[in-house]
Ligand binder design. Structure first.
Ligand SMILES: [Cu+2]
Length: 179
């Protein structure tokens, strides 16, 4: 009879632990997953008259900040009636962004996804007054860190399970009469 009363709080603890795990999983699904899937691209316009004078808005907006994994795809649209380019200037080492758009006729669209953090400058090959800046920030979670974190959680779970199971595997218990 005493055994049953001692067993009850233990089972209650297990149930509340399981409930806690379910709540955490739901919170993860509600908060983290939508944030990760809500990727958006950044639009930059080359407005009408972009290359006419230094005062003209060459690229609108001229300076943008993007975050890897969130909104690091940038699309330029030539809304002017003359040709322009998006030509890389200074950029962080190791970036694959070296060529740029090439010639962009009226209504031409050019898209690039930035994967190397840093500050980029670019300009138009035809109009020296047109200049833009892109600041690329690293994402909150990067892909290489994820497997390491998962391994740590799995290792912790395995060790915890072994510690819980260990007392039941003792020979003295195994030899005890069942009834
Ligand atoms: Cu131009």
């Amino acid at each position: 009879m005493r055994d049953e009363s001692a067993l009850l709080p233990m089972m209650t603890r297990r149930v509340s632990f399981a409930a806690g795990a379910v709540v955490l999983a739901l919170l993860f699904g509600l908060i983290v997953l939508p944030a990760a899937s809500a990727k958006s691209e950044v639009m930059v316009s080359i407005p009408s008259g972009a290359g006419l004078a230094a005062s003209a808005p060459g690229y609108a907006p001229a300076t943008i900040t993007v975050v890897i994994g969130v909104n690091n795809t940038v699309t330029w649209t030539n809304n002017d009636n003359v040709h322009h380019t998006v030509t890389p200037g200074s950029e962080p080492a190791g970036t694959p962004w070296t060529v740029g758009s090439g010639d962009m006729a009226q209504n031409a669209v050019y898209t690039f996804t930035f994967t190397v953090p840093g500050t980029y400058t670019y300009s138009c090959a035809y109009h020296s007054t047109m200049a833009g800046t892109i600041v690329v920030k690293p994402g909150v979670t990067t892909t290489p860190e994820f497997p390491a974190a998962s391994l740590a959680v799995i290792l912790f779970a395995v060790i915890a399970a072994l510690m819980l199971a260990a007392p039941r595997l003792r020979p003295s218990r195994m030899g005890a009469p069942m009834a």
